[in-house]
Design a protein around this ligand. Structure first.
Ligand code: NAD
Length: 264
């Protein structure tokens, strides 16, 4: 462990358990000396997140459901009360009704479209607006997206549309907050077996398909994402903002499967 993040403090949102991508990022940050605060959604998850946070030396673990704005405000007030200013925020939050993560995108309901957008896309903007005043120049924000934002992925459906909005938000927020020296980026991760990932119909096929076709020929791990997050949240990426950085084993670069993948 080094000291790349020594003296830096930040907020990690979206840990549900030790398979969460946000957890992989938190571990990478803590290993480099960062001091962390966590949010969790609901008390059931809180009971899991608290011991995880503790294992990284953090006892600042606060409830936050992005559908309830007062909990977002309360969480950030708690973080400000303890840390004063913060250096980074990690947003690993997404939700859609799993009944609509199958079949046709065309059948998405208005209610779930709005809910998916608010939780999975708009929450990042709302959090950025609240976090920016707590940051000093050099501060960095990071969210998580998926290739289904730009290329049709069966069953990903409305979540793909929300991720497209999230990716566009990253660019607009980068432009807004660049004026005060803050950076805003996203990691586009390949499929990882998590709670949220399991909500997608045929998730196992998606996972295996990526593994078979990605240049690295293996699934992406939360440690892989953690390593790249460390770069995007540290001074090593001081010149990088508005970027969608792929951590997908190279899957997004492939135009055609290798012939051996077509033999069964
Ligand atoms: P996860 O289930 O571990 O994390 C999702 C988190 O979102 C959970 O902690 C959950 O509590 C939180 N959340 C959902 N609704 C919320 C709300 N209303 N308020 C506050 N928090 C809420 O799954 P994950 O795969 O680690 O997901 C993290 C992020 O990574 C998501 O944005 C997801 O879309 C993205 N992502 C996942 C994959 C994958 O294959 N798993 C790939 C690329 C991107």
């Amino acid at each position: 462990t080094g000291g790349l993040m020594r003296g830096k403090r930040g907020l990690v949102m979206g840990v549900a358990n030790d398979h969460s991508i946000a957890w992989g990022i938190a571990r990478a940050l803590a290993a480099e000396g960062a001091e962390l605060a966590f949010t969790y959604q609901g008390e059931a998850l809180g009971r899991r997140v608290k011991p995880l946070a503790q294992s990284l030396g953090s006892d600042l673990v606060v409830a936050c459901d992005v559908e309830k704005l007062e909990t977002v405000d309360a969480a950030l007030e708690a973080v400000q009360a303890r840390f004063g200013t913060i250096d980074f925020v990690v947003h690993g939050i997404a939700y859609s009704d799993k009944n609509e993560l199958k079949g046709r995108y065309a059948d998405t309901t208005r209610e779930n479209f709005v809910r998916t957008m608010v939780i999975s896309a708009f929450s990042f903007t709302e959090i950025a607006r609240r976090v920016a005043p707590l940051m000093t120049p050099g501060g960095a924000m990071l969210t998580l997206t998926f290739g289904g934002a730009t290329r049709v992925t069966p069953n990903y459906n409305v979540m793909g549309v929300a991720k497209a909005a999230l990716e566009a938000s990253v660019r607009y927020l980068a432009a807004d907050y660049g004026a005060i020296g803050l950076r805003v980026n996203a990691i586009s991760a390949g499929p990882v077996r998590t709670l949220a990932g399991a909500g997608i119909t045929d998730a196992r096929f998606m996972y295996n398909y990526h593994r078979a076709h990605a240049p690295l020929r293996r699934p992406v791990t939360i440690e892989d994402v953690g390593g790249s997050a460390l770069y995007l949240l540290s001074h090593l990426s001081n010149g990088v903002t508005g970027e969608i950085h792929f951590v997908d084993g190279g899957y997004n670069t492939v135009g055609m499967p290798r012939s051996e993948n077509l033999k069964s």
